[in-house]
Design a protein around this ligand. Structure first.
Ligand code: CAA
Length: 284
């Protein structure tokens, strides 16, 4: 099946990034969000990112224009009926996602693959909301989507080989490298990343070193672009805690329990970059 139009559900940071890379790859995009304000912000975020890439010589002015023209926005999920593939990137709330998938299952043609950008919800459970579990799959993009090379493709228990291959080809067309993961809490990236971030929180909690020194140790000592605490702020401390909770509960191993200091920051509303403060302060 040819995929010439992609529907993206959710116009937040991830949804707008996904819409942008798809449009840059020559794919038509229908970007849906219930909030008109969210759609306006997404358009301006996409435009700024495209212009930045143009400034750096990675895109021509013509590429920027045609990518922008390939993205249509809508508040109505029904407008995704013409999509050949849907990538859902709504909020990380299981009931909301289950509801969206039930609706998409009735809106989209039978052969259409429904994928989700979830970072922690079971693909198998999401697939079970539909009458097409063999055509439901995880496509986990990394933030910031236009710059990060990876897509984790996650096979639910009933995802077919054809579905997996189809989304892998789309990911590659978007310029991404894909890895395959089974459907267990955290998949691959968060399974490895979140314990590192959590351990950095414990190091700070125990007074082992300052936040700056913990981050510098990992940046300068292991060549990471950001230290783990700055990365936690960038991802959102509430998101990190939620993923750790899913891994703790789903895998049943105490090594995934969120650090008390991380829980306290979340309780205080110090959620990281988006809140203006987490382990560091940010201009908002
Ligand atoms: N589009 C286009 N350009 C962008 C951009 C975007 N969305 N975001 C940043 N840039 C540009 C910046 O404008 C900047 O341009 P200049 O060099 O002209 O100033 C350039 O990229 C570099 O950015 P910064 O100077 O702000 O900072 P940086 O050098 O640290 O790079 C970064 C930023 C690419 C985010 C880098 O720090 C990095 O790779 N960090 C790690 C990110 C990461 O690990 N992401 C995965 C998180 S895990 C996840 O997403 C999954 C999950 O489920 C939680």
């Amino acid at each position: 099946m040819g995929i010439s139009t992609i529907g993206v559900v959710g116009a937040g940071q991830m949804g707008s990034g996904i819409a942008q890379v798809a449009a840059t790859a020559g794919i038509e995009v229908v970007l849906q969000d219930v909030s008109p304000d969210g759609l306006t912000k997404a358009k301006s975020r996409i435009e700024q990112s495209l212009l930045k890439l143009c400034e750096k010589g990675k895109l021509s002015a013509a590429d920027v224009n045609s990518a922008k023209q390939r993205i249509q926005t809508t508040q109505h999920l029904e407008d995704l009926s013409r999509a050949d593939l849907v990538i859902e990137a709504a909020s990380e709330n299981p009931q909301l996602k289950y509801d969206i998938f039930r609706k998409l299952d009735s809106i989209c043609r039978d052969e259409v693959i429904l994928s989700t950008n979830t970072s922690s919800i079971s693909i198998t459970v999401i697939a079970a909301q539909t009458r097409r579990p063999d055509r439901v799959v995880g496509m986990h993009f990394m933030n910031p989507v236009p710059l990060m090379k990876l897509v984790e493709v996650i096979r639910g228990l009933r995802t077919s080989g054809a579905t997996f291959q189809a989304v892998r080809s789309v990911g590659e067309k978007m310029g991404k490298d894909c890895i395959e993961s089974k459907d267990f809490p955290g998949f691959v990236v968060n399974r490895v990343l979140m314990p590192m971030i959590n351990e950095a929180c414990y190091a700070l909690f125990e007074g082992l070193a300052s936040a700056q020194d913990i981050d510098n140790a990992m940046k300068l000592g292991t060549n990471q672009p950001m230290g783990p605490l700055a990365l936690a702020d960038f991802i959102g401390l509430d998101t990190c805690m939620a993923i750790l909770n899913v891994m703790h509960e789903g895998l049943g191993d105490p090594k995934y329990r969120p650090c008390p200091l991380l829980k306290q920051y979340v309780a205080a509303g110090l959620l990281g970059k988006k809140a203006g403060q987490g382990f560091y302060k940010y201009a908002v």
